[in-house]
Design a protein around this ligand. Structure first.
Ligand code: SOE
Length: 385
């Protein structure tokens, strides 16, 4: 089997999900190319070495620029904080490396556009990891829509809620600083929801939004270890939170459907509550990531006396990706979506094809998100170009 060398930049929570997928996808799926975990790159040598030892990356680097000049690297996997995506992706694309990039795509739509243009100009395969698209139950929602089972779509109702910063003692991690993250849950979480909404309903043309801040000052995070969910606080000094804590938006899709989106890190009890409902002329469907193997489906075609939402467990081998995993009813989890992404990405490379979502989708989603921020600031509705 042809081998293809992967270099991953960054080694946090996302680095784990990617390493796991690069390592194991080949054991479950038939692939024409085999990924080789060649280099892990982190500016902290110790972190890089720990990653290499734990996951089996063959070598370490501490400067990502080296990766773009190395002839033996085919894929660059970008797993670093958002503010670094643009620079690394543009350099990687110019160097002819295929790119597997974490979301949100970048700090702005202009940066996203530059990434898209650089990737297209060099003809590489580019992928933006909105992993939830590759959940079999979400694929089922798409299939039902394509088959006309939901009919003309009237409404998208989405929410992505978490609670990891409700505690005022939670420190000022990079995700809470605009220069590193671009925005708060609006970019981190609404980007996922907008990606799913574009995938399932279509492009968005108009947007209105409001944002709020509940805690504006936090203690400075301990050096070396500030990450989402698990950071520890050092109470020595404080700094300003420069992103919103919650962002809600209302949109109109190009096809006339109306949508609402809620993104918050201040929803106690909601850990990774990525939820959507779609309502159409023939029926409805609803998905909740915390029950990710299931899709709720309502059909107006059912006889009146048995109408109601049905729960479909999307684990039969007819559901996308499931034939490669376990027998029906043996459910899959968060990490499987990353395996599915790696598989589709490698297949796109092997066939000279492409994969979605990619930098184009990232750019389109970023235009919506930026429009929403403009609306929140000016109090006006924004029509997207
Ligand atoms: C943190 O909010 C986070 O890790 C996001 O960045 C991911 O994209 C999401 O899938 C889970 O939560």
């Amino acid at each position: 089997m042809k081998k293809i060398n992967v270099a991953m930049v960054g080694g946090g929570f996302m680095g784990k999900t990617h390493s796991h997928a690069w390592k194991n996808a080949v054991h479950f799926f038939d692939l024409d190319v085999q990924p080789v975990m060649k280099v892990i790159c982190d500016n902290n040598k110790k972190t890089a070495q720990q990653y290499a030892d734990n996951w089996g990356w063959a070598e370490i680097e501490t400067d990502w620029q080296t990766l773009t000049t190395r002839k033996d690297i085919d894929i660059i996997d970008i797993c670093v904080p958002t503010y670094l995506h643009h620079e690394i992706a543009v350099a990687a694309a110019r160097a002819g490396k295929h790119i597997f990039c974490e979301k949100p795509i970048a700090l702005s739509a202009a940066q996203a556009q530059a990434m898209y243009e650089a990737a297209e100009a060099s003809g590489i395969v580019h992928y933006l990891n909105h992993n939830y698209r590759r959940c079999p139950a979400v694929r089922l929602a798409r299939q039902l829509i394509e088959e006309g089972k939901i009919g003309r779509i009237f409404h998208w109702r989405g929410a992505y809620l978490q609670d990891w910063i409700v505690n005022p003692d939670f420190p000022l991690v990079w995700q809470l600083q605009r220069q590193y993250a671009g925005a708060g849950p609006h970019f981190d979480l609404n980007s996922h929801s907008v990606d799913l909404a574009r995938y399932l309903v279509g492009d968005i043309s108009r947007v209105t939004a409001m944002t709020s801040n509940f805690i504006t000052e936090r203690s400075v995070a301990e050096a070396g270890g500030p990450t989402a969910f698990s950071a520890k606080t050092s109470r020595k000094s404080t700094g300003k939170v420069t992103v919103e804590d919650a962002a809600f938006m209302v949109v109109q899709f190009e096809n006339g459907a109306l949508g609402s989106f809620e993104a918050s890190r201040f929803a106690p009890g909601r850990k990774n509550y990525n939820y959507f409902e779609i309502y159409g002329s023939k029926g409805s469907c609803a998905f909740n990531f915390e029950r990710m193997n299931e899709l709720q489906v309502f059909s107006r075609d059912d006889p009146a006396n048995t109408q109601g939402f049905r729960t479909i467990l999307a684990t039969e081998s007819v559901h996308p990706y499931m034939a490669a995993w376990w027998p029906p009813g043996h459910i899959i989890g968060y990490e499987h979506e990353f395996h599915h992404a790696v598989v589709d990405f490698l297949r796109a490379i092997a066939t000279g094809g492409s994969i979605e979502p990619n930098f184009y989708d990232g750019m389109k989603a970023m235009q919506v998100l930026e429009g929403a921020l403009e609306s929140a600031e000016t109090g006006k509705r924004v029509t997207l170009a």
